[in-house]
Ligand binder design. Structure first.
Ligand code: NAD
Ligand code: MG
Length: 371
């Protein structure tokens, strides 16, 4: 029996994780749960799962549940926890990832923003405490599954992208897209922030940075291809030119289960059985980098390194929140990110304080740019 802490239990990945745990009561015990502000859902989850610890990171105090942002680290470092599923969205997930790794836990990481902001510090925390990061993101889970048991390091990764709802749209139409248009993802049901990131393709830049830190490959060796069917999740090329890929109908439950059991595979991931005929034809296209500017800006920030990825992430979070609030148009998301990156001065990621300061400055600059 492995003890699990689930951070972000009230979100999309959180609820999918509970479905996975429900199917494997003999393997996992849910020890700790945290949500953001959705008290009714968290209380229903507490009643069902009876965890030893429950918290609401963005709520005011009331009996029964710990409140405030510190609940994330408390849940993640609980002594009965072996695996922390980090399904928080955004920078709020960083401290809990670092604390869990320092405490020697496995972190099943959906919160890609953690690695984008502070990939170097995540690796250091894992070394110090003996913890490990196992990706939940479907593309990175696919890479890990292709690498399993291979001694040779990969020569190249190709991450797939659905292309989002605006894959075939003209640039003028995309710039004027509404919140409703952006939230209509063609192949995945996810939280609002990542759904908008999938529409701008900022998500794929975040994922390239995530892959760089997870698998230790240079940016020259990580590529992206648009694959609208979302059935192939990633390709891994080896030095001899051989290419492996991982396939499956879109579902996060398989990558979540695999992050919990890796390197073992267990039966019953609750996924639709693969059927090549039903899957039909697979198509591939290049990313339209001049149209999806947020992607290109993210890739430039990635290559610059230092605190640029953290600044890209922070500016993107602020711009997406402003778009979801109806304060800026879709087309302005990339403009805000660009404005913030243009004024950033490079610095190496020395410590968490450097990252926090860069993140805070970028948020302030992005807030100004959205006005
Ligand atoms: P979501 O918005 O549905 O859920 C986010 C969760 O985090 C909720 O429980 C929310 O209450 C909590 N939360 C939000 N702000 C918080 C804060 N400041 N402090 C503490 N908790 C907070 O998002 P999601 O779609 O489940 O995505 C979660 C993470 O997983 C993101 O990093 C996303 O990029 C990644 N991811 C999601 C999917 C997917 O299919 N949904 C796939 C791959 C990766
Ligand atoms: Mg993904």
């Amino acid at each position: 029996m492995r003890g699990v802490a689930l951070l972000g239990s009230t979100g999309s990945i959180g609820v999918s994780t509970l479905k996975v745990l429900e199917r494997h009561p003999d393997r996992f015990r849910l020890v700790a749960l945290t949500g953001g502000k959705n008290r009714p859902l968290l209380e229903a989850q507490v009643a069902r799962w009876k965890p030893k610890y429950a918290g609401l990171a963005q709520a005011d105090g009331k009996n029964g549940v710990v409140t405030g942002p510190a609940c994330l680290v408390e849940a993640a470092t609980h002594p009965d926890v072996d695996i922390v599923v980090n399904a928080v969205v955004g920078a709020a997930g960083l401290d809990a990832t670092l604390a869990a790794l320092r405490a020697g836990k496995r972190v099943a990481l959906a919160n890609k923003e953690t690695l984008v902001m502070a990939g170097e510090l995540v690796a250091e925390a894992a070394r110090q405490g003996g913890g490990e990061v196992v990706p939940v993101d479907s593309e990175h889970s696919a890479v890990l599954q292709c690498l399993d048991g291979k001694e040779a390091p990969p020569a190249r990764l190709i991450l797939t992208a659905s292309g989002g709802p605006f894959r075939t749209w003209e640039p003028e139409r995309i710039a004027a897209a509404t919140r409703e248009d952006a939230l209509k993802h063609p192949t995945w049901q996810m939280g609002a922030k990542i759904t908008v990131d999938s529409a701008t393709l900022a998500n794929k830049a975040l994922e390239v940075i995530e892959a760089h830190f997870l698998f230790g490959l240079s940016y020259d060796a990580i590529e992206v291809v648009v694959h609208p069917q979302s059935v192939i999740h990633a390709f891994v090329e080896f030095v001899d030119g051989s290419v492996l890929a991982q396939l499956g109908f879109p579902s996060m439950e398989l990558p979540i289960l695999y992050a919990l059991t890796h390197p073992a595979r267990v039966a019953d991931a609750g996924v639709r059985r693969f059927d090549p005929v039903a899957a039909g034809a697979f198509t591939f296209e290049p990313v339209r980098g001049e149209v999806f500017r947020a992607f290109t800006l993210g890739m430039t920030a990635a290559r610059k390194g230092g605190t640029y990825p953290a600044v890209f992430n922070a500016a993107n979070e602020v711009a997406v929140a402003a778009f979801l609030d109806g304060r800026i148009t879709f087309g302005r998301i990339a403009e805000v990110i660009e404005r913030v990156l243009d004024t950033h001065l490079d610095e190496p990621v020395k410590d968490l304080a450097t990252v926090r300061a860069a993140d805070a400055r970028a948020r302030a600059a992005a807030n100004l740019a959205t006005q």
